[in-house]
Write a protein that binds this ligand. Structure first.
Ligand code: UDP
Length: 456
């Protein structure tokens, strides 16, 4: 069977941001572990950041900014247009090269940020799979907007009647920022309208979530698109040990000193440490930085803080003055940190990968959403899956007192037992979904079977 599977060749195309590269690389690893030949295409300047087994080939395509990377684009819109033009051309050339040099590509699995890849697949007459890197719930809201629901959302303070079954009642503060503030983030909104207008044209729409987590929504979406839950796309070491030594995604846009974090965590008592990270994209204001710093110090709990924005001398001085209880780093292997026995709580911006990682590793969370889909993820974490609390924000800032209250509630408060037991339950369900015979594992097997025998 494994030999036969090698005749299927899937080309996985990623967007060059950490939160997109990680789940798509993991998908490529999953396919490879099941005997499917897989190639990953990413921007030229991202190739060197990927370090996965030699069974997955990594090939460059161009976004038009090969020398400097996407930060060189003047605006997001200019970047997306450049990527569409240069990416369509170079992806086409890459598929021709791969077709001439071995097993022809039979499916392009592309990141939702690159909707033009569907046209490239269609030109070759091969299958296309769009990979959604948000939750099914958030995608259902985006789809609703695409169907003309925007006015409904912005005119109301609360969505008393949720537009899809399985969605809780949502305040404007729970909506993705592209919907809550559509005029200030219009390039993203335009992209969302593009993406969710073409879902049904794909052969598959993969969602990095699992059926048990969003069951009602999955059913509702299945009636609209060929949607398939395949997540959580978390390295298999943590959930299902089929890929040996798979302890990291194998792609990091930043360097880090893993030993430093792990040695420090090893010296800390069981479940005592607060891990703080706001992911790869959000930038925390100086005011918020100060509130977090003093909130952590006042809590008297040991903390490990990923502070990417640490350049400013004042911030460095601040870290010195609160430092004795904590370790502050610029980047780490978040998975290894979350999986460490010393970690008792995750203060998170609720990016979808961080959300899935916290759930999959059973870590209670304090939610401090910043933008994008994060407010909706926070709503689910705190009120639907009940694995944490959402910190109150006053004009976007979580005060030191509020942070302290949330940390106590999650770590030692009255509800901490319930939160910890829910976190353990979701960890078990996530593990089951990706283990042999679990819902996501079966869905990937069905995808592979269909690739091998497309007419059945
Ligand atoms: N991450 C990491 N080290 C860090 C912080 C984050 O490896 O110090 C990873 C994290 O495991 C996750 C990704 O970066 O897979 C961030 O994705 P997410 O969707 O949570 O947030 P984004 O960065 O897209 O806002």
């Amino acid at each position: 069977m494994q030999n036969q599977r090698r005749h299927a060749h899937v080309l996985v195309v990623t967007y060059p941001a950490q939160g997109h590269i990680n789940p798509l690389i993991q998908f490529a690893k999953r396919l490879t572990s099941k005997g499917v030949k897989t190639t990953v295409a990413t921007t030229l300047y991202t190739v060197k950041s990927i370090n996965v087994s030699s069974t997955i080939a990594i090939e460059p395509i161009s976004d038009g900014f090969d020398e400097g990377g996407f930060n060189q684009a003047p605006t997001l819109q200019a970047y997306l247009e450049s990527f569409k033009a240069a990416g369509s051309k170079t992806l086409t050339e890459l598929i021709m090269k791969l077709n001439n040099s071995g097993t022809p590509v039979c499916c392009v699995a592309y990141d939702l940020m690159l909707p033009w890849a569907l046209d490239v697949a269609k030109d070759f007459g091969i299958s296309a799979a769009m990979m959604l890197t948000n939750s099914a719930s958030v995608c259902s809201l985006y789809w609703h907007i695409n169907q003309g629901g925007l006015n409904l959302l912005v005119k109301q303070e609360t969505l008393a009647a949720p537009p899809m079954p399985g969605l809780p009642s949502l305040d404007v503060s729970d909506l993705p920022s592209f919907l809550a503030q559509p005029t200030s983030q219009s390039a993203y909104l335009a992209l969302i309208l593009d993406i969710f207008g073409i879902c049904e044209e794909n052969d598959w729409v993969f969602c990095n979530s699992f059926e048990e987590l969003e069951s009602e929504l999955v059913e509702a979406l299945m009636a609209k698109w060929p949607v398939v839950m395949i997540g959580p796309m978390v390295p298999s070491f943590y959930l299902d040990s089929r890929i040996e030594g798979d302890t990291s995604y194998g792609a990091s846009l930043w360097n880090y000193d893993n030993d430093q974090c792990l040695k420090w965590l090893d010296s800390m008592p069981l479940k005592s440490v607060v891990y703080v990270s706001f992911g790869s994209m959000a930038s925390i204001s100086n005011e918020q930085f100060q509130e977090i710093a003093w909130g952590l110090k006042a809590s008297n709990m040991p903390f490990l803080w990923v502070a990417k924005e640490l350049k400013d001398n004042q911030l460095l001085e601040l870290i010195d003055s609160i430092g004795e209880m904590g370790l502050v780093v610029k980047w780490c292997n978040q998975l290894e940190v979350l999986a460490h026995q010393a970690v008792g709580c995750f203060v998170t911006h609720c990016g979808w990968n961080s959300t899935l990682e916290g759930l999959s590793l059973g870590v209670p969370m304090v939610c401090v959403p910043q933008w994008s889909d994060q407010p909706t993820n926070a709503k689910f974490l705190a009120h639907v899956w009940k694995v944490g609390v959402r910190a109150k924000q006053d004009q976007g800032i979580v005060t030191r007192e509020e942070l302290g209250n949330c940390l106590r509630e999650v770590m030692i408060g009255e509800r901490s037992g319930e939160i910890k037991s829910n976190a353990s339950k979701w960890k078990e369900l996530a593990k089951r979904a990706v283990s042999v015979g679990g819902s996501s594992d079966r869905n990937i097997d069905e995808f592979i079977a269909k690739l091998l025998k497309p007419d059945q």
